[in-house]
Design a protein around this ligand. Structure first.
Ligand SMILES: Cc1cc2nc3c(=O)[nH]c(=O)nc-3n(C[C@H](O)[C@H](O)[C@H](O)COP(=O)(O)OP(=O)(O)OC[C@H]3O[C@@H](n4cnc5c(N)ncnc54)[C@H](O)[C@@H]3O)c2cc1C
Length: 445
């Protein structure tokens, strides 16, 4: 192991999407301000870049959020992906969400907000929605579908490619990435972190950035922060004593395909997301009715597949305030997707597009899924949690939030305000600016 420095200005903990994006952008920000550069930054990872959720995700980038301040963040994220789409494996194919008529008012709100912040999308309702969907996928079964939203800047990144690309950008700007270095404790002085304790020795640092994904709660505890909060909402209501971190299990998997998955005009199709609130999904699109998962999404196959396929998922499953973090991801026996997930994914695909009939046997049988840590209102927290510790806790929306590293770098390099980040401050819970309903069945708000 290369020796870690005894002291550094910026220590970034975690070499996932956020740690790497922040370190790269911070190096550029410091260079631009003539205040140093990447040589002042180290990234520490207890395993290696991409060892967390960033290495196993589907990589979908979409702006389908009822939380409007997220729409502006997505614009920055797409800018980051489009900075070097080849190296990040970013496919700007767009994102189409289709739903039932009762969702029209929500989609209208989303569409207006996305366009207001310069994230162009088109909305189709009724017959126009069906026509639009059939124009892309002629075999789309549009029964029950009455609304479609087409986000044009969205798409998907190659997960491993994105991590390799971001790590390379860091190195090109002089940032040092240390694999196998685990932060085991924080030495505090007057409320500030003075030193990081690691398995490779101590590092004195001025500023710490946490990009810890599922491990965020563990470090939150190590920093002595409270494990429950009272959530105050705009209407004056209060949810007392809500767990600070809740773990969910993400369900995603891959299906081999017999013929290339293409649009009517032979392009890589947009990522497709279909909400099936009242339409039951049947086995292979026609057999026995399956348990309700509410929505499905899929896109063309990932870089990790050994033959052509599509990759998709459905609604995650809540675990609770405690979860086993290590081993993580596919290495953890406890949190793998069950057989009924494969039934649902392939059933919904066959029901929506006959081209996928009989594909249950094509489900790629391997370990699938992983866990994520969600905040009390399921919306990210981007904020200082100690005077010199900045936390990026994305509530499991990482590939959609790469732009946060770019925005946070402005603050970390000495900027005063970044308005896009302000709605995501920790103080929202005490100030009555908590997002959404506290008891939503689904963490995407
Ligand atoms: C199955 C699955 C599918 C997903 N699909 C999507 C998707 O399609 N689109 C999307 O936007 N998001 C998706 N997500 C969410 C997304 O992957 C995460 O939000 C994002 O990758 C989190 O990035 P991160 O940098 O915060 O953390 P991570 O990628 O988890 O990185 C954290 C790093 O911290 C390191 N670490 C932990 N503890 C220590 C320590 N003590 N010292 C040093 N290093 C440490 C770990 O080794 C790890 O490498 C998915 C997640 C999962 C699990």
């Amino acid at each position: 192991m290369t020796a870690i420095p005894a002291s550094v200005t910026y220590a970034v903990i975690g070499a996932g999407i956020h740690g790497l994006s922040t370190a790269w952008h911070l190096a550029m920000e410091l260079e631009a301000k003539g205040k140093g550069g990447g040589k002042d930054i180290v990234v520490l990872d207890k395993t290696a870049p991409g060892a967390g959720a960033s290495g196993i995700a589907c990589g979908c980038v979409r702006n389908l959020y009822m939380t409007e301040p997220l729409h502006a963040i997505l614009r920055h994220s797409v800018d980051v992906w489009m900075h070097d789409p080849v190296r990040f494996g970013f496919q700007q194919v767009g994102y189409v969400s289709a739903g039932e008529g009762n969702q029209l008012p929500d989609y209208e709100r989303l569409h207006a907000s996305q366009n207001r912040v310069g994230y162009p999308s088109d909305l189709y309702a009724g017959k126009d929605a069906k026509k639009f969907l059939k124009g892309i996928w002629p075999d789309f079964n549009v029964d029950g579908i009455d609304v479609a939203l087409h986000e044009k800047p969205s798409g998907y990144a190659g997960t491993l490619q994105a991590i390799a690309g971001l790590a390379q950008k860091c190195v090109e700007h002089g940032v040092k990435i240390f694999s196998g270095v685990e932060v085991t404790g924080y030495d505090m002085e007057n409320g500030r972190v003075r030193k990081l304790r690691t398995n490779a020795g101590d590092i004195k640092c001025d500023v710490v950035v946490l990009g810890l994904g599922a491990w965020t709660g563990k470090h939150w505890d190590m920093l002595g922060l409270p494990n429950a909060l009272d959530l105050r909402y705009k209407d004056g209501s209060v949810t007392p004593n809500k767990d600070m971190w809740t773990y969910w299990r993400l369900l995603e998997g891959e299906v081999y395909i017999d013929k290339p998955y293409r649009t009517a005009d032979d392009r890589d199709p947009p990522v497709l997301h279909v909400e099936l609130m009242t339409t039951p999904v049947k086995e292979d699109g026609a057999g026995k009715e399956l348990a309700d998962h509410l929505y499905v999404y899929w896109k063309n196959g990932a870089e990790r597949m050994d033959r052509p396929g599509v990759q998709g998922g459905t609604i995650p499953i809540k675990i609770g305030p405690k979860a086993t973090l290590d081993p993580y991801g596919h290495a953890n026996d406890e949190y793998q997707a069950e057989t009924n997930f494969a039934d649902y994914l392939t059933g919904a695909m066959a029901q929506l597009m006959p081209r996928f009939k009989g594909h249950r046997k094509n489900f790629r049988e391997r370990r699938n899924g992983g866990i994520g840590a969600f905040t009390p209102d399921n919306v990210p927290i981007f904020d200082w949690i100690k005077p010199n510790v900045y936390m990026i806790a994305d509530s499991n929306h990482g590939f959609k939030m790469t732009g946060v590293g770019k925005l946070a770098a402005r603050l970390l390099a000495g900027g005063n305000r970044v308005p896009e980040l302000e709605p995501f401050a920790l103080s929202r819970f005490s100030d009555g600016r908590t997002f959404g309903a506290s008891n939503s069945h689904c963490p995407w708000v």
